[in-house]
Design a binder for this molecule. Structure first.
Ligand SMILES: C[C@H](O)[C@@H](O)[C@@H](O)[C@H](O)C(=O)O
Length: 551
């Protein structure tokens, strides 16, 4: 199965249907012609084409292509490739790609990672029963190509520990630097596995915890870069892919008892029906969201009431509230919020893993009169059977179970979905190993009929995850009925292309990439612990300076 040997071209016979008109042509045997082809390919001097090496028809003028035979497209004898040496016609139209690209400048020349923290604990923004004082933070990765083009990716953290992710990214650097990005994108699933299954590094995972978070930051940066190279927002890049190409981004290892590549391919092909209409609707109306901004646990009831009103006025119809610390307080809080939003709006509650299984059931029975749609993370994020037990017990009360923001990988997601342990699947754009590992979770959820309602309570999570849900809407599940993307109104001002919300809908991003680039001033201010803002907060005594406490 050939793929085109031109380095900036993504043509691969596995991704293109015959009807696409793209054909693949082997190197001529005639030494002179062969030399002309090799000059065009412009690989290093020892590179030799194998008997299967091919160049695709996109690189030949039409006059060189002989389409007279009904079953075979041939090249004419004098055919020499001359077109699009540095550009793939199906995908690359941005100014970056029209610069003269060589293998050298498509290489990844550097990978930088920063520890960026915001002092959200000062206002209890983002607080819940388990994470009582989070400082919204991230490990922020910048991947640079020889052209100078940069891709940005991040993984969300709560403050302390970000330095550990930074160290893990540093340990993975050598697996990334020096790679030619277009080679990565040709077999992205294979590259993904090379990061997550490195023979020594995998021991400290495997595929979970710190290494998975570090993988997510790197992978997210590569998707941002890909979007920029082809001049598309990531949701559209995904939505425009042929099913075969999308499948090539996925590592299906350990999933075949629930979904095979062939089944995934069928789902994606089916998902294409009605795609244009949905794309137009998305561009016009956006994708619905709910907000958690009125419901952080550290907020007073007055603040909750005031914020709930603010978001009601902005058109929100679904609200999530934190619970789980004290039952009496929870009853009080839910009363407050129902008073503002009324009973026709949707209410969700989230315990962030604080309960034992039976405790979750008992607690939720008391909160049931407030008609919550779901209880989120009632118990340990690893306890599949515990969630299933809770779901079964709460079903007669009309309360569903949601989880996923701390689900460690696709295999655990598989079990949650297989056992009906969750009725709402909360993928997180930075928790499992980035886009490539999230795609099969969407596919499994689609096959098993479970709604995906992404988690986004953290830095940059709204920016990224909107793309995935929009792709799902346009090209997989085809519906947003009864689904939302979470929206929290924090730290957006630090992004070059922040999310845009209108009438409680995420508007489809238009900028190329994954919306992950942070503003220069944000990095100058909040890189930890040397950023200007941090220096000033240490000086005011708001936080203790870790550099001093180490002495
Ligand atoms: C510490 C964080 O804010 C969490 O509370 C947050 O991600 C939350 O679980 C959510 O669902 O948004």
């Amino acid at each position: 199965m050939p793929c085109c040997v031109i380095r900036s071209c993504s043509s691969d016979s596995r991704w293109f249907k015959k009807s696409s008109g793209i054909t693949f042509h082997r190197f001529p045997k005639n030494p002179e012609k062969r030399k002309a082809w090799l000059e065009f390919v412009n690989r290093h001097k020892n590179w030799k084409p194998s008997q299967f090496s091919s160049i695709c028809s996109k690189h030949f003028l039409e006059k060189y292509i002989d389409r007279t035979s009904l079953c075979l497209v041939r090249l004419r004898d004098n055919a020499i490739p001359t077109l699009h040496r540095f550009q793939s016609t199906t995908e690359c139209s941005c100014s970056e790609m029209s610069k003269t690209l060589t293998v050298e400048n498509l290489k990844i020349v550097s990978l930088d990672v920063k520890d960026v923290r915001f002092p959200t604990s000062l206002q209890a923004d983002g607080s819940d029963a388990m994470h009582t004082d989070p400082d919204y933070s991230c490990a922020y990765v910048t991947i640079k190509l020889g052209t100078g083009l940069e891709g940005y990716g991040l993984t969300f953290t709560c403050g302390r520990g970000t330095e550990v992710i930074v160290a893990a990214v540093e340990s993975m650097k050598n697996l990334v630097i020096g790679q030619v990005v277009t080679d990565i994108y040709k077999e992205f699933g294979v590259f993904w596995r090379s990061l997550t299954s490195e023979s020594q590094l995998r021991w400290i995972g495997p595929e979970k915890g710190v290494t998975a978070l570090a993988t997510a930051a790197i992978i997210n940066a590569l998707w941002d870069l890909w979007g920029k190279l082809v001049n598309k927002p990531v949701w559209q890049l995904l939505a425009d892919m042929e099913p075969e190409q999308l499948i090539s981004c996925i590592d299906f290892r350990y999933l075949s008892n629930v979904i095979t590549k062939e089944e995934a391919l069928e789902l994606l092909k089916k998902g294409k029906e009605g795609r244009e209409e949905r794309m137009n609707k998305l561009l016009e109306k956006g994708y619905p969201c709910y907000t958690t901004q009125a419901g952080w646990l550290g907020y007073s009831n007055e603040k909750i009431q005031q914020l709930a009103q603010k978001y009601m006025d902005a058109g929100f119809t679904a609200f999530k509230v934190k619970v789980g610390k004290n039952l009496k307080d929870d009853v009080n809080r839910l009363e407050y919020i129902r008073n503002v939003i009324g009973w026709d709006k949707t209410l969700m509650v989230d315990a962030n893993q604080v309960w034992e299984v039976q405790e979750a059931i008992d607690w939720m029975k008391v909160l049931a009169p407030f008609k919550p749609l779901w209880i989120e993370e009632p118990t340990s994020p690893d306890d599949v059977l515990g969630h299933a037990e809770i779901a079964k017990a709460l079903k007669p009360l009309g309360i569903k179970v949601a989880s996923g923001e701390m689900c460690c990988n696709r295999v655990l997601f598989k079990q949650f979905l297989q056992t009906d342990a969750i009725q709402y699947c909360q993928i997180d754009s930075a928790r499992i190993g980035g886009v490539n590992e999230i795609l099969p979770v969407y596919l499994m959820a689609q096959k098993l009929g479970v709604k995906v309602v992404p988690h986004a309570g953290g830095v940059g999570l709204c920016e990224m995850v909107q793309h995935l849900q929009m792709w799902d809407y346009v090209s997989l599940s085809g519906t947003s009925e009864g689904k939302w993307v979470e929206y929290v109104d924090q730290q957006h001002e630090h992004f070059v292309h922040p999310t845009v919300i209108e009438n409680a809908h995420y508007m489809a991003p238009r900028a190329p990439g994954y919306n992950t680039e942070m503003k220069k001033e944000a990095l100058e201010g909040y890189v930890y612990p040397n950023g200007k803002e941090w220096e000033s907060m240490f000086a005011k005594g708001l936080f203790s300076d870790p550099r001093k406490s180490k002495k």
